[in-house]
Ligand binder design. Structure first.
Ligand SMILES: [Zn+2]
Length: 525
């Protein structure tokens, strides 16, 4: 069980699930909870049982299916309704019946919200907090309180906002989490208010939204002002601009402030966990996310490359391995010899000064034609190998290819491709059908080569991106195609550039297959 002196409290399954376009089934929630437990968070808020049938079901299934190693589950819910006993309120009953060890009650702490939204008196709101907290405590659950709109409430009526904290703490709430529900705060003013709240001697937590782009900064400022419980969401999920990104918060506190929040091995697995969660949520990972993004330690070196070669730590704020990420060198036309050399080393090749010089010239020439190697490591590696060998080496030669697109009588679009190839002394003619011309070409190539190279059966085209590049100096616009392929264990990207989109796609496809064969241990001749 995690140390109770400082809480890492995740609310992905409740507040994070409010994100536009994010929909989690019960099975998804269980899967996300397992990942969060693997990271070592202390608390996982599962949802609002009673108010949402899916959440009631989550808590029911969690009892038998979720074997948490670090985290405790928290059920989220509101204080009792005005004018009824806590014991008689069916929503409070659902919180008891969730059997979650922790209940997080949301309560109003802004006087105007009490009067306008809750339509009750300030005194009755305090009674609702007192009764619900003490009732659930008496029933054996630990209680935290989310003080909703706390910062705006404090600005409107500080005495009342503080009275909410005192009332909850005296009734037995262990933590009062101060919520910047509208997300409009900035770190300095927020810290002053947290400082005042801590003077009540209640244990204070922090829950921030990112509407000012300061959710993580606000969370850190609150911790500095005395908060010992931080709330946030995986990958910063949440409605509007999102919640505080819990991964960033944890990495900052642990690596920069010396807090011991999650096991070191778990932190070193954070990049994988962040990506595994995106697989469940089906939200495209943010490649620029701090610490865990694909680009978080990617250097477009240029001027810096030679220094990075000497000491990478001069150019990165932490060792990427601490969070399970990697430094990556990007090869671009801004790059010189040093970054090409570094990239080569990253890929496992030692380059002589002569080879490096030739390779840099080829990269520059191709980039002037519209190629980009930043996002196409596999194409760069093929280019590097060709340069090393002094000639183009491939597993197959292309005689010709052809693709037709037909709109049938029934209105269906069908694409059919024919490729003529030479490999291992054989001439191969193969056709493939697909839902589009590139898909048909992909099928034809693989069908043609599969008898000679059975490992191609595992190869899959996973992403296809097209970009039209403006023509320069009176030339026509050209098309750049980036293809991402995978073989179950890894992914690689290749690039093609041509005036014709199918031609550009073909180039990227041919390299994708070649690279797949190299990965499978097939040397070209
Ligand atoms: Zn919230």
């Amino acid at each position: 069980m995690a140390d109770d002196r400082f809480h890492v409290y995740d609310t992905t399954l409740r507040d994070g699930a409010q994100q536009e376009g994010l929909n989690l089934t019960v099975a998804d929630k269980i899967a996300v909870a397992r990942h969060l437990d693997g990271l070592g968070v202390g608390f996982i808020e599962g949802g609002w049982p009673g108010a949402n049938p899916k959440d009631t079901e989550f808590f029911r299934q969690a009892r038998t299916e979720l074997d948490l190693k670090h985290a405790q589950l928290a059920a989220f819910g509101a204080t009792r309704r005005a004018g009824v006993k806590a014991a008689d309120d069916p929503l409070v009953a659902a919180l008891r019946e969730s059997a979650a060890p922790v209940v997080t009650l949301v309560a109003k702490s802004h006087d105007r919200h009490v009067e306008l939204a809750l339509r009750t008196t300030l005194q009755e709101n305090l009674a609702m907090i007192r009764d619900t907290v003490s009732h659930l405590r008496a029933e054996g659950q630990r209680v935290f309180l989310d003080a909703e709109h706390f910062f705006d409430g404090y600005t409107s009526n500080p005495a009342y906002a503080l009275e909410v904290i005192r009332t909850a703490a005296e009734a037995g709430a262990d933590v009062i989490a101060l919520c910047d529900t509208n997300g409009g705060m900035l770190p300095d003013e927020l810290a002053e208010i947290v400082h005042d709240a801590v003077q009540t001697s209640a244990r204070v937590g922090i829950h921030c939204h990112d509407d000012t782009g300061c959710a993580v900064a606000n969370t850190l400022a609150a911790v500095k002002a005395g908060a010992t419980h931080v709330q946030g969401c995986a990958n910063g999920y949440g409605e509007r601009s999102g919640n505080a990104n819990l991964f960033t918060v944890v990495a900052n506190l642990q690596l920069k402030r010396g807090f011991d929040l999650v096991p070191r091995e778990a932190l070193a697995d954070m990049t994988r966990i962040a990506h595994a969660i995106t697989e469940v949520t089906n939200v495209t990972p943010n490649s620029h996310a701090p610490y865990v993004g694909m680009s978080a330690f990617a250097h477009k070196a240029g001027l810096h490359a030679s220094a990075i070669k000497v000491d990478p730590n001069l150019y990165q704020h932490i060792d990427p391995a601490a969070v399970g990420n990697d430094m990556r060198m990007l090869v671009s036309d801004m790059a010189g010899r040093a970054s090409v050399e570094l990239k080569g080393r990253e890929l496992g090749y030692e380059l002589t000064p002569d080879t490096t010089k030739t390779l840099v010239e080829r990269v520059k020439e191709l980039e002037s034609q519209g190629f980009t190697f930043e996002a196409a490591d596999a194409s760069f590696e093929l280019l590097l190998r060709d340069t090393l060998h002094g000639s183009r080496r491939r597993h197959f030669e292309v005689e010709s290819w052809r693709v037709i697109v037909e709109r049938t009588k029934g209105g269906e679009l069908v694409s059919e491709a024919t490729v003529k190839l030479h490999a291992k002394g054989e001439r191969i003619v193969a056709t493939g059908e697909g839902n589009g011309p590139v898909n048909a070409l992909d099928k034809a190539v693989r069908l043609g080569l599969e008898q000679l190279y059975p490992e191609l059966a595992k190869l899959e085209l996973v992403d296809y991106k097209v970009r039209i590049l403006e023509g320069t100096h009176g030339t026509d616009a050209i098309t750049r195609v980036l293809i991402t392929s995978s073989d179950e264990t890894s992914e690689w990207a290749t690039v093609g550039v041509a005036e014709n989109i199918i031609d550009a796609s073909w180039q990227a496809l041919e390299q994708a297959v070649t690279y797949g064969l190299l990965r499978a241990g097939r040397e070209a001749s």
